[in-house]
Each structure stands twice: as structure tokens, then as C-alpha cells.
Design a binder for this molecule. Structure first.
Ligand code: DOR
Ligand code: ZN
Length: 414
């Protein structure tokens, strides 16, 4: 047997690392064998002892900003950021200008992303007054996304009902705007209570409609407790972000305050530790970046928009926690096999029959510099952090889209 490519080296095989050969045929992983039993490949990639082979990461929550806000990011720059971060599939949020909440706009976005993205992608549909009109194009989107203003509007209930009917998840950004306060400190302006209150409403809507509720970027302890207690009652899933795991609201009293502004806000140590624990225990269903790029000038303005880029750093932040012993290797599943399974994809796992989405990382110490990101947003609240790994190469369904600072051509799949 002769296959297209064979990767030989230390690979992550669900919870552990093992010396193997991974055979790739076309788009797909054909076999995983002991190195001595590897089939011959047209191309053979032998990893060095300092390199690891990982499945491509799957990010269920990003903002590529196109169409409408291309000065912040576009499908090319955003997907390059993903490829450099070892992320081979992204799910893009609908808060474009105009919002991606009609079939025509979703169709346009798919066409745009197909022509520009170098990684695979999925889309969310935004909330609208007529959610039913999305039925004919249900195959174009993975789930619905509700922002705080949608959750507290008459649009919420019909969206949950339609989601239940279509068997799609409703991704909810849970914050109750009625509990927002005037405060110069971002973490006080949008207090922890606002999240718990919105989680309760979302759980109630899920219970009454039977829809699959997914709470995204959960950031507080009480909200986590409510979600974990509800898991037995219906299909309820949730994700956490690297920033809510690793950063706290002390940044709002630092020179990085504007850069670190994000919704929901970074929280106090107690909440941060609870989010971290949800990742460590495996209770969380996924890790997401909420990659939310804005122009630097916007972030440094009087009233900066919330969010910052995350795609280039998330995997390496995760590996730092693993390599420094604070997370088990199985935490890698949070950003690969677990989100892939939620999305119903044969991705995020190095096993026969799965997409040949592969990432080679190398043990290397480097210091994070926002100015060096390939995202259009050249800043990060992780400025100056020491990383333990860097991406050497990224393959999407067998095609090399990134190697040593160079990007390959796309051919993304929706
Ligand atoms: O920090 C955030 N940024 N939170 C959101 O809910 C929106 C996002 C964005 O689109 O910039
Ligand atoms: Zn978001």
C-alpha cells in the first residue's frame, strides 16, 4: 500500500502521547500504526524529538468580521491566524454588518469564506424577528447565536422553538443587561450576577422548548454551578475561554485595561479559578477563543469595543498549562475532539476515517508580542507571556496551509 503522506513521530492519541505513523490518503487519515509498520508515502514527514503531532483544533466561537468589518479582520487574515495557531476549523459568529440572520446573507458569507479562508469553517445564524425564514437554508448554519439583547427580546422564544425543531444548538452569550451598572471598572459595570441571571432565563427557555442550549464563554462560579446542575435535565453544554481561565480583573487596573476589555469581563480570582477547574475536570464541553479582533486605534480610544484576538495563542496557552503540569494532557480534547463531536464533525481526532487535520508543534520558549500576530489586531492581553510551544506546520484535510511562517493556499470546506 502506498499513501499520499505519512507522518512519523510522537502524536496525541486521546489522553496520551505515543510514537506512531499516521498515514494520510486524500482528505482523510487512512491508518495509525506503529512506526515500523507504516505504509510508504508519496511524502514522508518525520518529526524531530522536540516535535509533537496533534489533531487540528476546532474553535466553536470566532469573529472573522467579514462581511462588513474588514478593517478589523477578514476571512483571509482571520483564517491565517487560525492556521498559525494550529486551528483547522472555526465557527463564525453572525454579528456582521449587516447581521448574518437571513438566508441570502448566510449564502453570501459562505461564498466569501469559501473563496478566502484557508481553514474549514461553520457559521451561526443571527437572531431575527422571523426566524422561520431561515428554515429553507438550515444546512448553511450549525446553530443560532443569541446576544444579551436578543435573549431579553421577543425574538428569543421563537428562536429556541425553531432550534428545537431543527435539532440545532442555541449558543447564548448570557448577561442580563438590566443588571449592568455605571462603573469605570469594566468588571463592575457588568457584574457576575448578570451572568447567573441570564443563565437562568436561557435554561428556562431551553426547558420550555426542548432546545439544545449551549452557554458560551461562561465566566462565573454561580453560572457554572447552575449549568452543571442542569446538565442532567436536558441537552445543556457550555464552553470556557483561555482568557477567563488564565486572566483576572486585576488587568482592569493595569496599563492593559483597554486591551483586556471583553464581554463577559475578566473576573475576580474566585471566578477565574472556578472556570479553570471546569476545564481541568473535563466538565466543560469545549474551549473557545471568542477571537474578537478590533482595530488597535479602536481599542485605545476613549470607549474601547470589547474583545481581542485569540486564535494564534489558544492552543499554545493550553499546551503551556499541560507542559507545566497544571492541566492533564486530556485537556487538549477541549479544543479538538470535544468541540468536533458537538459539531458532528469527523475532526479533532488522530484516528482512521477522520479528516487529516494535523498540527506539528515544537517545544520552544518564546515571548508573546501582540505586534507579531498575523491577525489584523496586533495586540493581546497575554503580552509578554512565555510560551512553551510554537506551531511548525498545519494541515487541513491533508493540505499544508502553514509551515514555518509561510501560508499555503486555501480550499476551505463549509
Ligand atoms: O468581547 C466581546 N466581543 N463580546 C461580545 O459579545 C462580542 C464580541 C465582538 O464581536 O467584538
Ligand atoms: Zn463572541
Amino acid at each position: 500500500m502506498r499513501v499520499d503522506a505519512v507522518f512519523v513521530g510522537r502524536a496525541y492519541l486521546g489522553g496520551r502521547f505515543e510514537e506512531v505513523a499516521v498515514a494520510v490518503e486524500g482528505d482523510t487519515i487512512a491508518a495509525v500504526t506503529k512506526p515500523a509498520l507504516a505504509p510508504r508515502g508519496e511524502e514522508t514527514v518525520v518529526l524531530s524529538p522536540k516535535q509533537l503531532l496533534l489533531p487540528g483544533m476546532v474553535d466553536l466561537h470566532v469573529h472573522m468580521r467579514e462581511p462588513g468589518l474588514e478593517h478589523k479582520e477578514d476571512w483571509r487574515s482571520g483564517s491565517m491566524s487560525a492556521a498559525k495557531g494550529g486551528v483547522t476549523c472555526v465557527f463564525d459568529m453572525p454579528n456582521n454588518v449587516p447581521p448574518a440572520n437571513t438566508c441570502d446573507r448566510l449564502r453570501e458569507k459562505v461564498a466569501k469564506a469559501l473563496s478566502k479562508s484557508i481553514v474549514d469553517f461553520g457559521l451561526y445564524a443571527g437572531c431575527s424577528d422571523e426566524p422561520e425564514t431561515l428554515k429553507p437554508c438550515a444546512d448553511l448554519f450549525f446553530g443560532f447565536k443569541l446576544y444579551p439583547e436578543d435573549l431579553y427580546s421577543p425574538r428569543a422564544q421563537p428562536t429556541f422553538k425553531l432550534a428545537a425543531e431543527l435539532g440545532k444548538p442555541v449558543f447564548v452569550h448570557a448577561e442580563d443587561p438590566s443588571l449592568f451598572r455605571d462603573s469605570p471598572l469594566h468588571s463592575e459595570a457588568r457584574p457576575p450576577e448578570a451572568e447567573a441571571s441570564a443563565v437562568e432565563l436561557a435554561l428556562e427557555l431551553a426547558r420550555s422548548t426542548g432546545a439544545w442550549l449551549h452557554l458560551t464563554h461562561v465566566s462565573t462560579k454561580p453560572a457554572l454551578e447552575k449549568i452543571l446542575a442542569s446538565k442532567a435535565l436536558g441537552k445543556v453544554t457550555f464552553d470556557v475561554t483561555p482568557h477567563h481561565m488564565l486572566l483576572s480583573d486585576s488587568l482592569y487596573r493595569s496599563p492593559l485595561a483597554k486591551i483586556a476589555k471583553v464581554n463577559p469581563p475578566l473576573r475576580s480570582e474566585e471566578h477565574r479559578a472556578a472556570v479553570y477547574a471546569a476545564a481541568r475536570s473535563g466538565a466543560a464541553d469545549a474551549l473557545v477563543t471568542d477571537h474578537a479582533p478590533h482595530a488597535l486605534a479602536e481599542k485605545l480610544s476613549e470607549n474601547p469595543p470589547p474583545g481581542f484576538p485569540g486564535l494564534e495563542l489558544a492552543l499554545h496557552l493550553l499546551l503551556k498549562e499541560v507542559l507545566e503540569g497544571r492541566l492533564p494532557p486530556s485537556a487538549i480534547d477541549l479544543y479538538s475532539s470535544k468541540p468536533a463531536r458537538l459539531a458532528g464533525l469527523r475532526k479533532g481526532v488522530i484516528a482512521p476515517g477522520f479528516d487529516a487535520d494535523l498540527v506539528i508543534v515544537e517545544l520552544a520558549e518564546w515571548s508573546v508580542k501582540g505586534s507579531e500576530l498575523v491577525s489584523k489586531a496586533k495586540y493581546t492581553p497575554f503580552e509578554g507571556w512565555t510560551m512553551r510551544t510554537k506551531t511548525v506546520a498545519t494541515y487541513v484535510r491533508g493540505r499544508c496551509v502553514y509551515r514555518d511562517g509561510e501560508f499555503g493556499e486555501g480550499g476551505a470546506r463549509a
